[in-house]
Design a protein. Structure first.
Ligand SMILES: [Zn+2]
Length: 98
């Protein structure tokens, strides 16, 4: 018997949990278009907005947020050390920050 074809859900990535009541609010700012080369290290699943991306560039890291469906509007967290940004990333994924 053949295995079933992969379902839609097999293609889903990580989903950020909905922020809980006392979640920390990130100070998002409109992306300022720094010329630094940015690499996207991780991202959340595109099926749910906001979509988040963990990015690095120029020796720092930050998180991008696409608040609405489509990628027209982009916001950025403060640029921080990789370790600090990674902690914020985990908080976002677990609903402790948004
Ligand atoms: Zn998904």
């Amino acid at each position: 018997m053949k295995p079933p074809p992969p379902s839609h859900f097999d293609y889903h990535g990580v989903h950020a949990v909905a922020p809980h009541d006392r979640a920390f609010r990130v100070r998002w700012s409109v992306a300022d278009g720094r010329s630094t080369l940015v690499r996207v290290r991780e991202h959340t699943c595109m099926c749910t907005y906001p979509v988040y991306e963990l990015c690095s560039g120029g020796g720092l890291s930050f998180i991008r947020q696409y608040p609405f469906e489509g990628l027209d509007e982009m916001r950025e967290s403060p640029w921080m050390r990789a370790q600090v940004t990674r902690e914020l990333w985990m908080r976002i994924l677990t609903g402790q920050a948004w």
